[in-house]
Design a protein around this ligand. Sequence first.
Ligand code: B3K
Ligand code: ZN
Length: 872
Amino acid sequence: MSQSRQIKRLADYQAPAFLTHSIELEFVLDPAATQVTAISKISRQGAHQLPLMLDGHGFELLGIWLNNVPLTDYQQTDEQLVLSQLPDEFELKIVTQLNPAENTALEGLYLSGGAYCTQCEAEGFRRITYYQDRPDVLAVFTTHIIADGKSYPHLLSNGNLIADTLLANGQRRVSWFDPFPKPCYLFALVAGDFDELTDSYTTGSGREVALKFYVDKGNQQRAVFALESLKRAMLWDEQEFGLEYDLDIYMVVAVDFFNMGAMENKGLNVFNSKYVLANPQTATDVDYFNIESIIGHEYFHNWTGNRVTCRDWFQLSLKEGLTVFRDQQFSAAMGSPTLCRIDAIKTIRTAQFAEDAGPMAHPIRPEQVLEMNNFYTVTVYDKGAEVIRMQHTLLGQAGFRRGMDLYFQRFDGKAVTCDDFVQAMQDANERDFSQFRRWYQQAGTPQLRVTSAQDDALASFTLTLQQHTDATADGSPKLPLVLPVRLELISLDLSYRQQHLLVLTEERQSFVFEQVPANVRAVVLADFSAPVKLLQQISLDDLLFIAANASDGVARWDAMQQIWSDLVRQSVVAAHPVLIPASLLAMFRQLLDQPLDDLEFTAELLALPGFDTLAEQYPQIPVDSILDTLQSFRQQIASQLTAELTRCYQRLPRQPYQYQSMQVGIRKLQSLCLGYLAQAISATVISQKNAAADSDVITQLLQQHYLQADNMTDRQATLTAAVQAGLDLAQPLLLDLLEKDGHDPLIFDKWASLQVSLPTEKVFELIENIVNYPQFSWNNPNRVRAVFSAFSHYNPQQFHRADGRGYQLLASIVGKIDHSNPQLAARLVTPLLSWKRYDEARQLLIQQQLGQLRDQPGLSNDLFEKVARSLS
Ligand code: B3K
Ligand code: ZN
């Protein structure tokens, strides 16, 4: 199918010429020929004679009726239906026929396993019927689903159930009514045979809400944690923001074929099964964390996204940035604020900084788009959340809440803009946020340069902050931004400690602090209070001081990160890995012998930054130097601290698995120790002393850790350590995992991702083998991502091979997947887009692959937009 390559621009926004007030849908389900009847009540807006433009494609049009009279006078293009000379108010009936079984793009109505399900955001509803598929058209939906009740006992849609009848032909007809007007991207339908897990929740005002989770047969107990998370999220939103749920029922369906994590359809969330199903045998601690956070995220959308929605898709961050911020606050309240923040910072420093520095750079409110699905990005989501967080920081908790209250008071039931949000924050607090709004218009990562001067005679301390943002691929302006900078001043004897919130608004500003004792150390950008790259010259001793003494845990962790990134930089300059300084090893020794009470935090302090984080510090990424240096650092730590790592590992008690913070800390610290220890085996060349004996002990530790584990987290820890160190024991243990549990799709995915992280050339053979397993399917995004995203993101050694084999593999898969699932292909291609950041030889290799993709016949808009921007 040929697609028009029409770019849409924010500047061209026009209010809809017609509004659809209500729509009644009837689905007669059939795998290859589902019939959809849509009856809409529509009215003209204002005095004009414009035609009604309805979006739609990928189905057969069976008929149109205007006020019950067949309509034949219309124009049909590839993607639109144009109706002219309409009355001011009318009823339109449209009948279409679709083929869910052949819908491998997983947008619109499709089959996942044996179940029907829908995905309409951003523009999937137009694959179901002709409609005004734009978020500022809000209608009341009634949905009737007709299907064989035996094969599809659960027939679900948005809102409340209003009827369930048996038809004369033996089929069932189930009807749902959603009283809240909504854009069509929030429409959902699910039909299937599931296990059901039910519960209820009573809201603060005493309304009882039925909670229902639908999962594949046999998986009911694996949804318990998600259900409990939902109840925690409902309570938290009431306590934190005074927001209650509004329908009688809240449903979550877990499906195996899904393009992303989950979808917040009103009253009927559809989830990737990966983010619902959990038990200790199948899910890791990280999975549990993600489930709670995504369940929260989708629930929070009920207010930030559904009750108040976006005027147009350029405003996506209005709902996504805000909802990510809300889910981060929720996770922080359920666990450790510091660890949640570290998690969020890693996402920004890797993927988001990379996006800002690459061809797809865009502001959190993009200004032009070819394929909207390409803009569900870390910029819109995660940088968007940072922009909300800065407003929270500037206004304080109470001020932010005042702004939120005003936002809902003004805009409940409306489709609005990011500007409307900022205006509410501003008005509720009588602040001027006009300069702050630049965050919505400018792409790019600001660099924040810090210098300081101390005047002992005057007892003053001066901190100078300077901001600069490099040009980005989208050409957006680069004016000075409002940067909230959290600062702590600490004297070396710890007797003086002061915290400040500085607000940098100019390009360069100095802040003077009086009555400051001599020799204070400055902790700048505590809590990562603005999404910037911090440039500061600071000695190893001072960084170690901050890592030990800053009040803010995030700043302590960050000081460790800076130590490592400084050492990597020195190694890159020296063209060989430097030796780890003794003072740093001493600190490791101390933390391993006497871990802090918070073991998970201890593990973060002892972890090296990843390849991606380090890479973002260089305009041109010295791939080989970074990889060699990281490998050398791991091995130096392993060989010099073998005894301490072993002791630390052995002292930590193991208990029957519970997802509980003390235990999560134990598992994480043990996993960190095993990761280094596994490297000690391959590093025996460095430390000759007792090398063979050490190797045996470590091999045994690793084996026991796997064999005695009663949970997936520990098993995965051994396997990761062994695969990454290239140890022989990895393969038999991986085989064990596959044979015992590989029938479960989520475990198969874990097994596959572990295999493809093997940092040697053998990985290519493994990949060929994995895709031939019966569990693998090219049509299932989870399976494809488990192999190919894992390979390109977690195996930098092989992905960035100098002979280009890694690039070639990824490009060939992207080209193949584009025919069946363009959204998935466009996500997978991301690591190839930033080819300009690599050395000349790698640039040529990647460019060649991208060139071939660009010339592929029938290339989707999704892939075209990214590849073309990358090559331009
Ligand atoms: N709103 C959905 C994402 C839809 C992605 C469409 N390509 C999930 C979320 O952010 O909650
Ligand atoms: Zn979201």
